[in-house]
Design a protein around this ligand. Structure first.
Ligand code: F3S
Length: 295
């Protein structure tokens, strides 16, 4: 029986860069904080916690951190502290707080996300109304909002696009959340154009998501069994699972190797494996080796 991996899967460039940054900083013996979980995968977060990395969940937790070398709550521990910004990015205000508190900041914002933040900042300085096509409340979207200098609206579907009210006398600048679906983005842009809004549209969707979905579908179409590895709460893994299930009746969603209890159809000749954008390579290899050895 053959085991085949999807051509594109697992950590995208930005997440890998951020996770590598955390592991590098651990080696320096500092107290490491990440602003939000560095990646949406419980296994990785647990491993980092065991290595002493702490997660700051809110702006309030950050403001409670004392100056360099101190711990939250002001106990005054001696080791220097660094705060790592994750790939999704943060509002500008967070950098200001870090600066005011003289905390070392290591910015692991994905360069593709940073590009959107810069665009939103520049265009809103020029007086444009920024439209972010994406999901309100998502950390990346919240981050982009935090770089805008004027009116900003988040639109997630065509209905919201029809209701959108432009600030008087303004032009729009439309950008997208990096993981947004391209067809939905196009549909929303068309509605805004039909409604006669002037301005610019910048397609800022990252192709990492689409590449992963395309290669998962291609592999699932030829596989007898598909294994999708990823975090329970990871929406991109869930989407991969849905896509694979459409193509392959024997599709399994697992978080770790322990979840894997395969019942292979007797005729199974090809097992395909794919993984969500927050799944580390180590885990993919474990699953792959297990299937190769046991079946
Ligand atoms: Fe990943 Fe950066 Fe794209 S975080 S999904 S490579 S925008």
């Amino acid at each position: 029986m053959e085991v085949k991996l999807a051509e594109h899967m697992g950590f995208c460039f930005g997440v890998k860069r951020a996770v590598d940054t955390v592991y590098e900083q651990i080696k320096n013996g500092k107290t490491i904080y990440t602003y939000g979980s560095i990646v949406n995968n419980e296994e990785v977060v647990r491993d980092l916690a065991e290595k002493g990395v702490r997660v700051l969940e809110t702006r309030e937790e950050l403001t409670e951190l004392s100056e360099v070398g101190q711990e939250a709550g002001g106990s005054g521990a001696a080791s220097p502290a660094s705060v790592i910004i994750r790939a999704h990015g943060v509002p500008e205000e967070i950098f200001t707080i870090l600066q005011e508190k003289h905390l070392e900041c290591i910015d692991a914002t994905c360069p593709f996300v940073r590009r959107i933040q810069k665009k939103a900042e520049e265009e809103s300085r020029k007086g444009k109304h920024i439209v972010i096509v994406g999901n309100a409340g998502h950390p990346e979207v919240e981050g982009i909002i935090g770089w805008c200098r004027g009116p900003v609206t988040v639109i997630k579907n065509e209905e919201e696009a029809r209701k959108f009210q432009l600030s008087q006398g303004k032009k729009v600048c439309v950008v997208a959340q990096t993981t947004f679906n391209y067809n939905k983005f196009q549909g929303i842009v068309e509605i805004l154009e039909e409604r006669g809004y002037n301005g610019s549209v910048v397609n800022t969707i990252c192709n990492a998501t689409e590449e992963r979905q395309r290669s998962a579908r291609a592999l699932a179409a030829e596989a007898d069994v598909m294994i999708v590895i990823g975090g329970k709460h990871s929406s991109n893994t869930r989407r991969l699972y849905e896509i694979c299930s459409e193509e392959c009746a024997h599709t399994y969603f697992i978080q770790t190797l322990e979840d894997l209890c395969l019942e292979l159809p007797k005729t199974a000749r090809l097992v395909g494996i794919t993984a969500g954008a927050s799944t580390p390579n180590k885990l993919i290899e474990e699953v792959q080796n297990y299937v190769r050895i046991n079946f």
